[in-house]
Structures are given as C-alpha cells and as structure tokens.
Unconditional design. Structure first.
Length: 155
C-alpha cells in the first residue's frame, strides 16, 4: 500500500514542526529563525529519511503555535487530568500537544479524528511509552470541546 505523497508531506511537516517548536523553546529563537534553521539543517541531511515537509503547513503550525502559546497552554491545561500541568510536561510532548491543539482549532479542513491520529503518530516517533496515549486523550478532549458538532457525529 503506497502513501499519498501529499499526505506523507503533511505528516513530515507535523514531525518537523515539533522539532522546530522544541528548538524555539530550548533556545528562545523566533519562529522565523527556527524555521530557517530547520530548513538549513534538512538541506544538509541525506535525502530519503522522511518525505520533504509541506512547507506551507509547517509554517502555519509553527507560526500559529508561536502566536498563541498562552491560549493553547490554557486549553491543554484544562484537558490534562489529575495534577498534571502544561509546565510539568516534557518539552517535546508539550510541543506535540501545542501543535495538535492549534491544528484542531485552526484547520477545520483536517477532520478532527485525522488530526488526532496524525499527532499521535508524531508522538510515536518520539516516544515508546505512555506519551502517545496522553496525546490521544488530551487531543480527544480538546476535539470534543473545539469541534463538538463534528465529534458528536455517528461513526
């Protein structure tokens, strides 16, 4: 079964977005600088490891998250359970959740369940433990809130 090239490029964009968001958090660079640094890094890497990212989606996610971090953290914080806070989350996990929350709210053209599945797949690229399950649970709660009509439809 072959993967649609545009789907693979969107998936790659989500994965790269997490790397860029992580770099921004660790180094304090701007979204534009982090995007350029990532582009330069990818240009120097051997080809073929992952599909070339959809640069439009990559830029939308990174700029969208960068412009709305406080709002996104508020949404994520409300969707976390127990004594978990956004601040307690590991940096990469925080980047995945911020990006997934942003996409759920901003890109209505991506069905909510597809969006959740994509970000869970991204989490699997970084984690082999319980983290992808946390991403699934938090994004599902956010989708119930942000896209209640869509999520309420019969499956």
């Amino acid at each position: 079964m072959s993967v649609n090239p545009s789907v693979a490029r969107r998936s790659a964009a989500r994965l790269v977005a997490v790397q860029v968001l992580y770099q921004m958090e660790m180094t304090g660079v701007s979204a534009e600088q982090a995007l350029q640094d990532g582009k330069d890094r990818r240009a120097s890497e051997p080809r073929g490891r992952i599909a070339d990212p959809d640069n439009s989606l990559l830029g939308q996610v990174v700029r969208g998250v960068a412009g709305e971090i406080d709002r996104l953290d508020g949404l994520i914080g409300e969707a976390l359970t127990g004594d978990w806070t956004v601040e307690r989350l590991e940096s990469v996990l925080r980047a995945v959740l911020r990006a997934g929350a942003w996409e759920l709210g901003a890109r209505q053209q991506t069905p909510a369940r597809v969006c959740i599945s994509e970000w869970v797949d991204v989490a699997h690229a970084f984690y082999s433990g319980p983290e992808p399950g946390l991403v699934n649970a938090v994004l599902d709660r956010l989708a119930q809130r942000l896209r209640s009509a869509e999520m309420g439809k019969a499956q």
